[in-house]
Design a protein around this ligand. Structure first.
Ligand SMILES: [Fe+2]
Ligand SMILES: [Fe+2]
Length: 303
């Protein structure tokens, strides 16, 4: 049996969101307290791709003894590459910042900072896709962050698994050690959700208006169908992701998809912090959703 605590999108930002790092710590401690075997954080670790925030997160993980590939899996999110506008006057200049962010350097630096988490992961080339075995389960990490494009990805928030990564994913999924694993779990930052999946969504905390948000031109994962085809062919039964800030799950084909982006920075500011706690055993995968109330001081501050 393997238990996985899945959380996402902590958006650590010491300058504009100093409450996120202690919230992340509270969620990680809750997961640890429940005796979880493994933790998955599916991107947007930071809000602004700042070195200081990445290092503060690494220090927290080190303090909690989680900076270890056997205990933690992490993938990169769009905010870890492009950052985000945090002040009104940054909005206009943000597309230009995305254009010149230095995509490859950002991905490399992310992996350098969290290097112990990637130790022993197998990859054909570069950082993604990678695979690791945790207690008989294969965990596959993908980079869904699309490169900047003036028209297709103007503010860096759209996703894409390009052809090269897709081919390498197919190769990884066909490896004997992956095929013979008890379960296959794919982790990426972007969602596989479409508006028509609304009726199948299971969530305790989805605010109204979320579906319109997901449909926006700047929150899409492109080539979803090809990715789903590859995952299905490789017998992947579970997808863990973040990006749209709520916690819930839904089916796509025969794959159960879990979003945990309400774990630290939920869309509605007074919501509880919720993450996914999955149990994988011989009979399948089950999930519960622990909830952590915001600290009293924070609720008082929110009024
Ligand atoms: Fe996010
Ligand atoms: Fe995101």
């Amino acid at each position: 049996m393997l238990t996985i605590a899945h959380l996402s999108d902590p958006h650590v930002n010491l300058k504009y969101h100093p409450e996120h790092l202690p919230r992340l710590e509270a969620v990680l401690r809750d997961a640890r307290h429940r005796g979880t075997d493994h933790i998955v954080i599916s991107g947007d670790i930071t809000s602004n791709a700042d070195e200081r925030d990445l290092l503060a997160t690494r220090d927290l993980l080190e303090k909690l003894k989680l900076l270890d590939a056997a205990k933690l899996t992490m993938v990169i999110g769009n905010h870890d590459v492009y950052g985000g506008p945090h002040l009104a006057d940054e909005v206009l200049s943000f597309p230009r910042r995305c254009q010149s962010c230095g995509y490859d350097e950002k991905v490399k630096r992310f992996h350098q900072i969290f290097a112990p988490v990637y130790r022993g992961c197998y990859s054909e080339a570069g950082e993604y896709p990678f695979v690791k075995l945790v207690k008989g389960t294969a965990i596959i990490g993908l980079n869904s962050i699309a490169r900047h494009s003036q028209y297709r990805n103007p503010v860096g928030s759209n996703g894409e698994i390009d052809e090269t990564q897709l081919r390498m994913l197919e190769k990884l999924l066909s490896m004997p050690m992956v095929r013979s694993a008890r379960h296959r779990v794919a982790v990426l930052h972007h969602h596989l959700f479409r508006r028509k999946d609304e009726k199948h969504l299971h969530s305790y905390s989805t605010p109204s208006g979320i579906f319109a948000l997901i449909e926006q031109e700047t929150l899409k994962l492109r080539k979803k169908r090809k990715l789903l085809g590859a995952l299905q062919k490789g017998n992947v039964g579970t997808v863990l992701h973040g990006h749209v800030h709520f916690t819930g799950d839904y089916p796509r084909k025969q794959i159960r998809c879990y979003n945990a982006a309400g774990a630290v920075f939920p869309l509605l500011p007074d919501q509880e912090l919720t993450y996914n706690l999955l149990t994988l055993n011989e009979t399948g995968v089950s999930c519960e959703t622990p909830a952590i109330a915001l600290p009293k001081e924070e609720l008082e501050f929110l009024g």
